[in-house]
Structures are given as structure tokens and as C-alpha cells.
Design a protein around this ligand. Structure first.
Ligand SMILES: [Zn+2]
Length: 350
């Protein structure tokens, strides 16, 4: 399994870390919003640390014995710890247990996972004595307190030359004691022009997706590759004609769309729809105040026509939808719920 090359905006961090050679800290905390590229970076970095003959820029060679194992996904010295339910093996293990426990399993890295990791690190790496080991914890904030406390021991007294790569979208959720034992590497948003150029290279034609993904190019590409990009475009087209649409028909269309195969496949559900509608309304407020839209750049003209002089109404609708959010997960009657929402939006055009 080969991986895509590292985007240009991640190269300065790469050069900096690779230049440290053997003086690398044993724990790195890679921080940045989801979609900033830190996971791709961690994968490259882990491979480079385990490769016997990295190239001149410090990337894994791709053909030594270690690289062959890495490509096959079974290198004995690479340990990846992710939330229990993200592991396929965990899928059916306790299928009969209560929903609550199942839910906890799905989002957390638990102490048993950290203990098995530690046991594996203690045993040593058959055939690779003295060699480096790499642990990827992704995302580190998924560790519950017990797991984090257990991991502290390893961060304080690392076994051999183990390098820990902790990934985090929200580092402030980590125990301060974990943070303080890691060297922090930040992955900020790339400059707009750099991000847009990369997306074009990737064949992403919908330029508005970058804004919608808060300037995060990998997240924008994911939107473009999945159904969400198309769902966003559809919604923007509808909302742009809000003044001439029947809200009840709109609600019926939304209900059908939420049940459609593309929406189900990409996990697009009621809370997402409300989130996107709020983004539209927030853009309306921005445009009414003479600012460019942040999420629906492609609907700039429609927003200008609809929201001009109506900032208050947009704000009201925004708040009204906010009040609906609590019920969005399981509305008693989805159609009525959506009709309420559509009527809220329609009032902005009055
Ligand atoms: Zn190699």
C-alpha cells in the first residue's frame, strides 16, 4: 500500500524534524484541525523512521525489507492505537452488550489498549533488537483518563528507542501531563493560494469547497470525493432560490434527500443539514454586513440579493434553528420538523 506524497505546506515541518536525526524527542504531539494533513504526515514520518535506507529528503525508500513490511501493513515495530470500534476486529466482539457500553467503546482509546501496547513494547521486536519502534496514537484525545495515565508511564520511561507520535485535533482536551511530555508540532491551515493550487492539482473543481472546509485542503478534497460536495452544491442552489420556493415542498425534498443512498452512505443526517443551514444564515449575515461569504462562496450573488438589509432576520432564523438543534438527532416527526425549519428560512425573505 503506497501512500500519496506529502503536500508542499507540510514540507517545512518535515525538513525541520528530519534534520534532527538521532536527536529526535521520543514523543511528538502533532496538533492541527482534522483535514490539516497531520495523519498523512505521521504515516510518512513513521515509515521514514523505520526505513533502513531513507532517500536524500528523509522519506522512506519504498523497497527495503522494512518498507515492504510497511506497505503490507504488518511491520512488527509500528504500533497504531485508535479508538476500539475503529478497529475492524472490535466490530462484533461484544455485539450483545448494552448500547451504552458499545457507544463508549466506539469513541475511546481505553486502558486495555494502552496496556497491550506496553506489553508489546516490553517484549521487544523479534529480529529487530536495538531497532527503532514507532507508536501512533490517533487521536490522542480519544484516550480516557485511565488510558492517558497509563500511557504517561511510557512517555516518562520510554522503552528502547521508541518514538511516540500523538495526533490531536483538540490538544486542550489532553491531560496537561501528557502535553508537557511531548514536543508539540503545529499543523496550521496552509495559505489560501497554496491550498487552492493543491486542490486543483488533485482534480477538485468545486473551488467553494475550500471555504466550506474552513480552509483545510484535505477536508475539502474529502468533500469533493464523497457525496457531501454534491449535497452542499444542491443545498446552495436551493437556498439561492429561497424567495421563490414553496417551503413545504422544500421540506419534502430534504426529507427524501436525507433518506437517499448518497446521504446515507456519507453519513449526512439531520444535524448536518441544520449545521449547513446555519452556515448559510451566518453567511447571509456576513454578506449583509459587506463581508464575503465564508462557506457558500459560490452563492455570493444570491446571498447578496437575498440578505441585503436583512441581517436581523438572518440572525433570528439562525437562532431559531439553534433552538431546534437539540431535537435534530431524533425528531418525533421528521417531516413536521423540516417544515418548521423551512418556514423559519422562508421568513428571512419576507
Ligand atoms: Zn525503506
Amino acid at each position: 500500500m503506497s501512500i500519496e506524497s506529502l503536500p508542499e505546506w507540510l514540507l517545512p515541518a518535515w525538513r525541520d524534524l528530519r534534520a534532527r536525526g538521532e536527536r529526535l524527542p521520543h514523543a511528538l504531539l502533532l496538533c492541527g484541525p482534522a483535514g490539516s494533513g497531520k495523519r498523512l504526515f505521521a504515516t510518512h514520518f513513521a515509515r521514514a523512521l523505520l526505513c533502513r535506507t531513507p532517500d536524500a529528503r528523509g522519506f522512506a525508500c519504498g523497497h527495503c525489507a522494512d518498507c515492504t513490511w510497511l506497505a503490507a501493513g504488518n511491520h512488527p515495530d509500528l504500533f497504531t492505537v485508535i479508538p476500539a470500534a475503529d478497529e475492524e476486529e472490535a466490530e462484533d466482539a461484544d455485539a450483545t452488550e448494552g448500547g451504552k457500553k458499545e457507544k463508549a467503546r466506539s469513541t475511546q482509546i481505553v486502558i486495555d489498549q494502552v496496556r497491550s501496547l506496553q506489553a508489546a513494547l516490553e517484549i521487544g521486536s523479534g529480529g529487530h533488537a536495538g531497532g527503532r519502534r514507532v507508536v501512533i496514537l490517533d487521536p490522542a484525545e480519544a484516550m480516557n483518563v485511565a488510558a492517558a495515565n497509563a500511557l504517561l508511564k511510557s512517555l516518562e520511561e520510554p522503552v528502547g528507542s521508541t518514538v511516540f507520535l500523538l495526533l490531536s485535533h483538540v490538544p486542550r482536551q489532553l491531560l496537561p501531563t501528557i502535553r508537557s511530555r511531548c514536543q508539540v508540532i503545529d499543523f496550521p491551515r496552509p495559505a489560501r493560494a497554496v491550498a487552492q493550487a493543491w486542490l486543483e492539482q488533485q482534480g477538485v473543481k468545486d473551488a467553494a469547497l475550500l471555504g466550506f472546509a474552513s480552509g483545510l485542503p484535505l477536508a475539502a478534497r474529502e468533500l469533493a470525493q464523497g457525496a457531501r460536495g454534491e449535497l452542499r452544491r444542491q443545498l446552495a442552489a436551493e437556498l439561492g432560490r429561497l424567495d421563490s420556493l414553496d417551503p413545504l415542498k422544500l421540506a419534502a425534498d430534504w426529507e427524501a434527500r436525507l433518506k437517499s443512498r448518497p446521504a446515507l452512505e456519507c453519513g449526512f443526517a439531520m444535524p448536518d443539514l441544520l449545521d449547513w443551514l446555519q452556515r448559510w444564515l451566518a453567511d447571509g449575515v456576513r454578506v449583509a454586513h459587506g463581508l464575503p461569504p465564508a462557506c457558500f462562496e459560490d452563492a455570493r450573488a444570491d446571498l447578496a440579493r437575498l440578505a441585503q438589509g436583512r441581517a436581523e432576520r438572518y440572525l433570528e432564523a439562525y437562532r431559531a434553528i439553534q433552538a431546534h438543534r437539540r431535537a435534530a438527532q431524533h425528531p418525533l416527526n421528521a417531516r413536521l420538523f423540516l417544515e418548521d425549519i423551512a418556514l423559519c428560512l422562508r421568513r428571512t425573505t419576507a
